[in-house]
Design a protein around this ligand. Structure first.
Ligand code: 3PG
Length: 229
């Protein structure tokens, strides 16, 4: 353990710029949240997102094949910044990073996950929905959080209220984000990126309609360009 990071995670999550993830978010501030039922879909989905202009992807650890899917993308599509989502505890953190995840996303705040990522220098984005959760994350050294579930937790007005108080925190709203409200979220200065599953619909993945996924990615990139310049 690196003693300088044992009590703070600022190296891991304080600032996404200056690393591959920061670069990926800067080019298109949209994080596709992907649920895969079959690891063989991983590489075609990654290639479709990449073709549409998105070089980042979060695979949720909600399905059995997720570790294999992460490993396949890490090996075959290295230009995509691959991360793991729905990382609930330290054991899942280890599985995710051992299979090649370059960043970690959680629906809530787990101190062990944040601490492990801090020790390893892996960007970690815990989920928060309230000021109390955000304050706990802030006191762990976290400066970029997932705002989840964004729609149900108050949407843009809640984000603005939290941002007014936690002025050095950046947010990744996720949950209820779609092409129809992406621009609203990206217009909030403290929003570093938006996440969501709308880019990779389950039926498109299952039927092999990767052109549709590419189109959804391209649409999101276009919206982001309009709102971010
Ligand atoms: C997540 O996995 O982070 C959310 O469930 C994604 O929410 P969405 O399906 O509303 O985009």
């Amino acid at each position: 353990m690196n003693s300088s990071t044992s009590t703070t995670t600022s190296n891991a999550s304080g600032n996404a710029s200056g690393n591959a993830l920061g670069d990926a978010l800067a080019s298109a501030p949209v994080v596709p949240v992907v649920v895969l039922e079959d690891a063989s879909h991983a590489v075609p989905v990654a290639n479709a997102l990449l073709a549409g202009g998105l070089g980042i992807m979060e695979i949720t650890l909600r399905t059995e094949c997720a570790p294999d899917a992460i490993a396949a993308i890490a090996q075959s599509v290295p230009e995509v910044a691959i991360g793991a989502g729905t990382v609930l505890n330290g054991a899942q953190y280890r599985i995710a990073t051992e299979t090649g995840a370059r960043f970690i996303v959680s629906p809530g705040l787990d101190e062990e996950v944040v601490r492990l990522a801090g020790d390893d220098g892996i960007p970690v984005y815990p989920g928060v929905a309230t000021a109390g959760e955000l304050q706990r994350a802030w006191n762990l050294g976290v400066r970029i959080v997932k705002f989840f579930p964004a729609g149900q937790a108050g949407g843009v007005p809640m984000l603005k209220a939290l941002s007014a108080v936690f002025r050095d925190v950046q947010f990744i709203p996720t949950g209820g984000v779609s092409a129809s409200n992406l621009g609203d979220y990206l217009s909030v200065p403290s929003v570093i990126a938006c996440g969501g599953s709308w880019l990779t619909p389950g039926d498109a993945i299952a039927s092999g309609d990767f052109d549709r996924i590419e189109g959804l990615a391209r649409e999101a990139v276009g919206i982001a360009a309009k709102h971010r310049g």
